[in-house]
Design a protein around this ligand. Structure first.
Ligand code: FPP
Length: 230
């Protein structure tokens, strides 16, 4: 969800105004994703590296997160959307964690749509955590090192019960992954759009999905193997 700062700067506004508008885009995109039949939507809301931002910006982002949870939990329940998180949420401020836990508890039984918030998330940190847990399981005799496979190891990632992303969208013209779901997006399709996150709306999401639908996903195979009849 990149480009909030630039959106604000272009208008001579403080960066936080961009983030505030970014929360409105979150609402719009959540609705749009549901309408498009997208069952899993993951939003990269705060990375492990984002703590390095000025303290007042970090504080404002945490405040917006709390505001979003207070305002949107009822909507998530009404629309039967399950809320999940990935990332080290233990390090978030207590109030944010409390609202997150409440919202996750209240929506835990829903199965059709899942909103995953990546909070204090970083793919490298996630892999370290998973490796540590996997090593402990091997030491305890619960896993066998000789049987190691991706399907076994990936159960120790924070996305264990979530499907890999099919499509990763990055807004604001940046063309990098910035430590987002590096393992899980091994076979994802990528769409990079110049649109700044506060301007990103239903039509932009639909366009990204249409672009995705035009791609041929081969997963290492040849085109002919996928459509042997031509
Ligand atoms: C990146 O844009 C955006 C963020 C680091 C924060 C995104 C957070 C929100 C939209 C609000 C809280 C989230 C939810 C789910 C309610 P940037 O500020 O780095 O933009 P720039 O590159 O233009 O400076």
């Amino acid at each position: 969800m990149d480009g909030n700062g630039r959106w604000a700067k272009q208008r001579g506004l403080p960066r936080i105004e961009g983030h505030r508008r970014g929360v409105e885009s979150v609402r719009t995109v959540l609705d749009a994703a549901r309408e498009l039949g997208i069952r899993y939507l993951t939003l990269y809301a705060f990375s492990v590296e984002n703590w390095k931002r000025p303290q007042d910006e970090v504080g404002a982002l945490m405040g917006l997160l709390e505001f979003f949870l207070k305002r949107e939990t009822a909507t998530l329940i009404r629309n039967k959307v399950r809320l999940r998180t990935i990332g080290r949420i233990g390090d978030l401020p207590d109030t944010v964690r409390l609202h997150l836990e409440r919202a996750m508890e209240a929506t835990s039984s829903f199965v059709d749509h899942t909103l995953v918030l990546a909070l204090n998330y970083g793919a490298r940190t996630e892999v370290i955590d998973a490796a540590r847990a996997y090593a402990a399981a091997v030491a305890a005799g619960k896993e066998k090192l000789n049987d190691s496979s991706w399907s076994t190891f990936s159960r120790y990632l924070s996305t264990a019960d979530l499907p890999d992303p099919d499509l990763v969208i990055r807004t604001s013209g940046e063309t990098r992954l910035s430590n987002f779901l590096l393992m899980q997006s091994a076979y994802a399709e990528f769409v990079f759009t110049p649109v700044l996150w506060p301007d990103f709306g239903k039509a932009d999401l639909a366009a990204a999905v249409a672009e995705y639908a035009r791609r041929e996903r081969r997963f290492g195979q040849t085109s002919d193997q996928l459509t042997p009849t031509g």
